[in-house]
Design a protein around this ligand. Structure first.
Ligand SMILES: Nc1ncnc2c1ncn2[C@@H]1O[C@H](COP(=O)(O)OP(=O)(O)OP(=O)(O)O)[C@@H](O)[C@H]1O
Length: 345
């Protein structure tokens, strides 16, 4: 009962100020996408437009062959989960989950069967007769998810569903949501500002920037092949080198690349884990400013004053290999040709 979503040329302005500037996006049946972007980029507005809580200034929304652009929230057959749990405090978990089915006039036996199915799927079985104030945040959010799924919606919309939970619960529920979404197969749009969450849970991540889609890609592709300097700056931890071409060539330490345009300055982006330490005389001379132990990975903050550069670099490497490295030490670092993403500015 899942359906593809088609968004065609969606725009939205508030008081003459554009919040969305032409969003074209197709979401496949059963796909989970994450809308990710900096505060104010328009992700919540887009989600609210898909839900019918907000009308677009122009553009169309289709769920499969249904044009839902002018339909009410109720007529769209969506399920929604918000950051705040929004459960009915005077109802038990069972009653909360069954509520939309009761409103739809389903029989008591059909409601019981569906509620039991969802209690099982969400691991809430033992909590069925509890009230929301007897539940943890994670359990409340599972209940909200079960209630959203109860009427078998065509589309599931999740608005920062994990952001009110603490880290450990969040990671667990994130994996649970991914599992449940794949089980029910409902086409899902998640809004988040947490890139790790987006990458872990979504089939595709849609990077939004100033009311536009900057890039929509599978998480691995987004990480390995950012299509723009903006995506590169947003995903992962990267170092940015601003390099002017000399004789049509870009050079940093041992790195060499033909410039895309002769006159323009270029951005060369290198992930923190792509920088590696090499013997003196190779690569860029740097000084270790700080060392941050993060369990299996350690991050070095390095200052670089070589090759006309003056900047701080971040290097992430397995902690084991950095045991002897201390702040104040001089090192040389380099990166492989293929690990650099180059954009003409
Ligand atoms: N009801 C409204 N009235 C006026 N302006 C609005 C309204 N809703 C959103 N905006 C503006 O539209 C732009 C996009 O907002 P939106 O909430 O969609 O961004 P967002 O990416 O979800 O941000 P955040 O991560 O901070 O929630 C912002 O400039 C915001 O101020």
């Amino acid at each position: 009962m899942s359906t593809p979503i088609h968004l065609g040329a969606i725009t939205k302005s508030f008081n003459g100020k554009p919040a969305l500037s032409g969003i074209d996006l197709d979401i496949a049946q059963g796909e989970m996408i994450a809308l990710l972007g900096a505060s104010g980029c328009g992700k919540t507005t887009l989600l609210r437009i898909i839900a019918g809580l907000e009308q677009p200034s122009s553009g169309q929304i289709h769920f499969g062959t249904r044009d839902v652009t002018d339909l009410s929230v109720q007529a769209r057959r969506i399920g929604m989960v918000f950051q705040g749990y929004a459960l009915f405090p005077n109802m038990t978990v069972r009653q909360n989950i069954g509520f939309p089915l009761k409103i739809a006039g389903e029989s008591a036996s059909a409601i019981t069967a569906r509620v039991n199915e969802l209690l099982e799927m969400t691991g809430l079985g033992p909590r069925g007769d509890h009230h929301p104030n007897q539940l943890s945040g994670g359990q409340q959010q599972r209940t909200a998810l079960a209630r959203a799924l109860a009427p078998r919606p065509d589309v599931l919309l999740l608005d920062e569903p994990l952001s009110a939970l603490d880290a450990q619960v969040r990671d667990h529920l994130r994996d649970e949501i991914a599992r449940i979404q794949k089980t029910v197969g409902t086409t899902t749009v998640l809004v988040t500002h947490d890139q790790a969450e987006a990458m872990a849970i979504a089939d595709r991540v849609v990077i939004m920037h100033e009311g536009r889609v900057e890039q929509a890609s599978r998480p691995e592709a987004l990480y390995e092949m950012p299509a723009s300097g903006y995506t590169a700056s947003f995903i992962g931890t990267r170092n940015r080198f601003d390099v002017s071409p000399q004789g049509g060539e870009l050079r940093i330490g041992g790195f060499f690349r033909q410039a895309a345009a002769n006159s323009a300055a270029h951005q060369v982006w290198v992930r923190a884990e792509a920088l590696r330490i090499v013997p003196a005389g190779q690569g860029l001379a740097v000084t270790v400013e700080a060392k941050l132990f993060q369990g299996p990975i350690t991050r070095l903050y390095l200052t670089c004053h070589a090759d006309g550069l003056s900047q701080t670099l971040k290097l992430d490497a397995p902690s084991e290999g950095l045991r002897g490295v201390e702040p104040g030490q001089s090192l040389h670092v380099t990166f492989d040709q293929e690990s650099a993403d180059v954009f003409a500015a």
